[in-house]
Design a binder for this molecule. Structure first.
Ligand code: CMC
Length: 436
């Protein structure tokens, strides 16, 4: 991992220059190992937003933003999305290899047999207002798992790590569906062990005690693909939150509840909802005829408008997930006889204009995964308020795999960033305060 090269840092304040090792990953940029900087110089680095800082080493996911490449454990997302089910991807992300056929059946059965949540959980739900945002409910439900499974606090036990992983991926669809059913005032639907992972989720979302849900293979495959495309994305905000929270040694359920809370923000998991709302607004204002006008607004810095679903901090090329999502979008709309869906047509028209427009070309702004995922979810019957919950369900595997990688790393330490203090220097409280 260490290369023969060094980075040399020199100072103009008289501090002697220092030499740092350079680390090489399997692929991607080299990294300057500054861990001894403070001990050697008494200085910290300053990097708000982690623009140039690797917070860990990881073997799970790799993104090359310039190429538009996303790999899970070395496998391209395009191949995983087409050839594997989401549960196989879960196995891959957690254990590092795709499951052999014989082991997969056993793993699938294990997950299926953990889909029910503790019956007390529904009483916890009753404390919430019916109009609570499902993400607020989901954050609490995931955190409450630590109360139902106190054994998980033994985070150094490999058995407890593995059972927490299975419980999380098995129960997340049940908890997401419960938060939806609660918000619309319908009874919860229990999981059905005869169904596969994605069909079971759709059954819990859309069946009622008086009506069965019959899974449609095209729609189930679309749901499964949405899960796969959102499964992991290396050290994004929510994953870094899970790592930081988990680094204190707290229960995995508490760390992942922190990840759910982080994901909720509009700059992270909330963008697909914002994108669909943008498309609906353009449609309401006149649809295709208004596209040109909207694009001018987006390019005008003073308007504050952005083309939602476009641009990415890391991808400076096509987000590979966006291409797959567009394909799924077409399949779902055709299956449902919605091939002429005006919102889809609008999205295609916006994409075409943006990809040819200098403003977007020069800034390397391409469609991201959220550009089409809202249209797919809406076609599947999922309300916009649930979009981020679906993202949380899918990302749970990424969070738990990253948590496990961290706590089993022999070099793991509690995360403790430093700061550049800009407040008052020390000062005195003069005289006694009135209530002292
Ligand atoms: N529409 C119009 N202009 C844009 C857009 C956009 N969607 N995105 C970036 N720009 C412009 C921006 O105004 C700036 O222009 P200039 O250089 O003239 O000031 C330039 O492009 C760079 O933008 P930035 O905001 O500095 O880039 P960033 O890396 O900080 O932001 C982003 C990335 C995703 C927050 C941003 O592109 C954005 O707001 N996109 C729309 C929201 C969105 O779709 N978010 C989902 C991200 S994917 C989800 C995930 O992977 O978790």
């Amino acid at each position: 991992m260490t290369t023969d090269h060094k980075a040399i840092l020199s100072f103009t304040d008289g501090t002697p220059s220092v030499e740092f090792p350079m680390l090489k990953g399997t692929t991607g940029p080299d990294v300057i190992d500054i861990r001894k900087l403070y001990a050697q110089t008494g200085k910290f680095t300053y990097d708000t937003g982690f623009l140039s800082t690797a917070s860990c080493d990881s073997t799970i996911t790799y993104i090359d933003g310039d190429k538009g490449q996303l790999l899970y454990r070395g496998y391209p997302i395009e191949q995983l999305a087409v050839n594997c089910s989401f549960l196989e991807v879960c196995y891959l992300l957690y254990y590092g290899e795709l499951p052999p056929e014989s082991e997969f059946k056993e793993f699938e059965q294990l997950v299926i047999h953990h889909t029910m949540v503790h019956e007390q959980m529904q009483f916890a739900m009753r404390g919430f207002r019916r109009d609570s945002h499902p993400m607020a409910i989901l954050t609490s439900l995931v955190g409450s798992m630590a109360a139902f499974y106190p054994d998980s606090l033994d985070i150094n036990s490999p058995e407890q790590q593995d059972i927490s992983f299975v419980r999380l991926i098995a129960k997340m669809p049940t908890m997401v569906a419960m938060s939806y059913k609660y918000s619309i005032g319908q009874p919860y639907i229990y999981p059905k062990n005869s169904l596969d992972y994605a069909s079971n989720f759709m059954h819990m979302m859309f069946a009622t005690p008086c009506e069965e849900y019959t899974p449609n293979p095209v729609l189930v495959r679309a749901m499964d693909r949405i899960f796969t495309l959102h499964a992991d994305h290396e050290q994004n905000a929510s994953t870094s939150t899970v790592r930081l929270c988990g680094s204190s040694g707290t229960s995995p359920f508490s760390a992942i509840a922190a990840g759910v809370a982080c994901l909720w923000g509009p700059a992270h998991g909330g963008a697909n909802q914002a994108c669909l709302e943008m498309l609906e607004q353009i449609q309401a204002e006149g649809g295709l005829a208004k596209v040109g006008e909207f694009m001018e607004r987006v390019k005008d810095k003073n308007s504050g408008a952005r083309l939602m679903g476009f641009g990415h901090r890391v991808y400076k090329n096509f987000d590979p997930r966006a291409k797959l999502m567009q394909e799924t979008c077409r399949e779902v709309l055709d299956e449902l006889g919605l091939g002429n869906d005006p919102i889809f047509k609008l999205a295609m028209a916006l994409e075409k204009i943006a990809l040819e427009d200098d403003y977007f070309v020069q800034r390397k702004l391409y469609p991201n995964v959220d550009f089409y995922s809202g249209i797919v979810q809406r076609a599947l019957g999922i309300p916009t308020s649930m979009f981020t919950c679906i993202f949380a369900l899918a990302r749970t595997i990424g969070w738990v795999a990253q948590w496990k990688e961290m706590i089993t790393d022999p070099e793991y330490k509690i995360g403790r960033p430093r700061q550049l203090y800009t407040g008052h220097p020390e000062r005195a409280v003069h005289g006694k305060r009135s209530r002292a």
